[in-house]
Design a protein around this ligand. Structure first.
Ligand code: SF4
Ligand code: SF4
Length: 243
């Protein structure tokens, strides 16, 4: 295999070397410099594995079936969107390369074709989102619209135990910093009401005894948040470790 990284090749050049009257000047020994990989960091995969949605990442054997069937990669021609490659980069800890895809990774539309096809039972969609969350939490990408929607959804669900679609929409708009014109809002609301898909205000359901359940859920969410952020604390390099 040709050596393509020339910076690793060290040539021992003798400009004027004569041995027993014979000029033997030239390149004598060609060495490959020893290389210690410092840009790989297993903290990425450790963090992903430590999250409830990321634990199946270690089952992946890189067959590529997920990418071959991924609608973003194939049907929409977004060749940069490659779930197999995202998983690979996370597994080997090539964080610098992974960061290049910090925005692209959120293009997943959660169709779950990859999950259906994976021969190893990797929950690819969840793993891909977990890797995306890692990148967001470590500052590689701004918070995605999907994350903001998650926040709006959780906030509204916690409020009464079921969704109030209008309230969810308002919260999401606030988080996105945008405002839909009143006329459009009214027409959307009316058509949802007509089809019975809008439950808001007095029409919204209520969950009995929700307050106690909410306390439990809030405690769990706080615990999840601690786990996500705590595991991201910078690791202390081991004495004499790779530099
Ligand atoms: S299909 Fe499953 S095992 Fe194959 S590359 Fe994708 S995640 Fe890995
Ligand atoms: S869930 Fe995401 S990664 Fe999986 S096939 Fe669909 S778009 Fe691709």
């Amino acid at each position: 295999m040709p050596i393509v990284e020339k910076s690793l090749v060290e040539v021992d050049r003798k400009e004027h070397l004569e041995v027993e009257g014979i000029d033997v000047s030239g390149d004598w020994n060609t060495f490959l410099r020893s290389r210690v990989q410092t840009d790989l960091d297993v903290r990425v995969v450790d963090w992903v594995k430590g999250q409830p949605q990321g634990e199946t990442i270690s089952r992946c054997w890189q067959c590529g079936t997920c990418t071959a069937g991924c609608c973003m990669h194939t049907d929409y021609g977004l060749t940069d969107f490659n779930p197999r490659y995202f998983i690979y980069l996370a597994q080997v800890g090539y964080e610098e390369e992974l960061r290049r895809y910090a925005s692209t990774i959120w293009r997943c539309v959660s169709c779950n074709k990859c999950v259906e096809r994976c021969p190893k039972g990797v929950k690819v969609e969840e793993v891909v989102h977990t890797i995306g969350t890692y990148l967001t939490l470590t500052g590689a990408a701004a918070e995605s619209p999907a994350d903001r929607f998650d926040r709006a959804y959780t906030e509204n669900l916690l409020a009464r135990g079921v969704l109030d679609e209008a309230a969810l929409f308002r919260t999401y708009e606030r988080l996105e910093g945008r405002k839909t014109p009143a006329k459009k809002l009214l027409s959307m609301g009316l058509s949802l009401l007509r089809t019975g898909r809008l439950h808001t205000g007095p029409l919204a359901h209520r969950t009995r005894g929700w307050r106690r359940m909410r306390t439990v859920l809030e405690a769990q969410l706080a615990e999840d948040e601690r786990r996500r952020k705590g595991a991201l604390a910078p690791a202390t390099p081991a004495a004499g470790g790779n530099r």
